[in-house]
Design a protein around this ligand. Sequence first.
Ligand code: ADP
Ligand code: ASP
Ligand code: MG
Length: 403
Amino acid sequence: MSLIVQKFGGSSVANADRVRNVAGIITDTYKAGNDVVVVVSAQGDTTDDLIEKSKEITLKPSKREMDMLLSAGEQISIALLAMAIKEMGYPVISLLGWQAGFITSSDYGAERIKTINTARLQAELSKGSIVIVAGFQGINKYDDVTTLGRGGSDTSAVALAAALHADKCQIFSDVDGVYTADPRKVPNAIKLEEITYDEMLELATLGAQVLNNRSVEMAKKYNVELEVLSSLTRQPGTIVKEVVTMEKMLVRGVTKDVNVARISITEVPDVPGIAFKIFSKLAAKNINVDIILQSVGREGTKDIAFTVSKDNADLAIEVLKTSIGEINPDNVALDTTVAKISVVGAGMETHPGAAAKMFEALYERNINIQMISTSEIKISVLIDAEHADEAVLAIHAKFMPVE
Ligand code: ADP
Ligand code: ASP
Ligand code: MG
């Protein structure tokens, strides 16, 4: 007998028909003789709606209360899904994150899973029940309900698969796999049969929403093989694993991330220690810095520009303007109308020319590159957000010509 973890995203359980459809997938898996543990997200746009509700009350809510609010979405879906399965005549129980043993860190808002005490889960499974677990939530050492950050149900599922030594972890979504670009934006994107953890981690981190990046990190760490598939088509999806047998493509995917902001500081003294001062002050506030560009020094000064996520932009500006004597506050500028476009592929490590190809695609559309950063398996550029979708299409066409 196998143990299978299945995760269903918000669109898969958006309404009563979808809930029944998912109940059908789960019970088919159970009928085939498997133990089934299910992780489910909040229905449709529930989490976004809850965030909007909080804004009607305050723009600076307490993080603890925000966790309390957002965790409510998943509570609704587990109950409805369990009812649908019961209606079909199968033994089932729904569990909130804490009931399923999810213990998290205590930094409210985007906690990390520390451990999962699986005793209750195991007990329910041994009674023969299908177990439905609320994704995206846990409990911390103060017995407060916590959440795992947006898209966190993927991580709940992978963590459960690891803790229970599941034979399979299936992530059901509204797309039937991982594509070479967002299939909603790039109509001729190609579905991948397989992808490595490292490539998937880059894609997820650089904006491919289909899997949360922490879930991929965890899958790699605990060697949990993932399948990304659709809850609507029942077709095989994309397998995410350590080594893939497929012939290596130069580029595995093109992504867009609009959750970025560019900060530039002009006329900084051209002396040692300035970069250290700036980036250590930002790090002390937990602000992650991504692409960094420094100009050549001229007449004793230089310019430094870098990107942060949009949510950190205001705090970063405040730190720069108030806590670094060498910086003139008037010389600090913020631009939130930028997008980061990236290409990802392990094949680029051994094949030169990928960067030139990417830049050529942008040149042909007359799109200006503001910043560039590269690693072994990815190249990212920062451009004007207005051209983001066009850039993804152009770059995708350059690397994946359609016959
Ligand atoms: P769920 O609610 O099931 O968690 P998400 O909305 O988080 O689903 O993720 C699925 C969405 O990710 C798809 O609808 C698709 O538009 C988007 N997406 C972005 N990039 C990719 C990609 N490279 N491959 C597949 N889907 C992608
Ligand atoms: N409901 C949460 C969100 O919308 C978690 C998830 O869907 O994975 O971010
Ligand atoms: Mg998701």
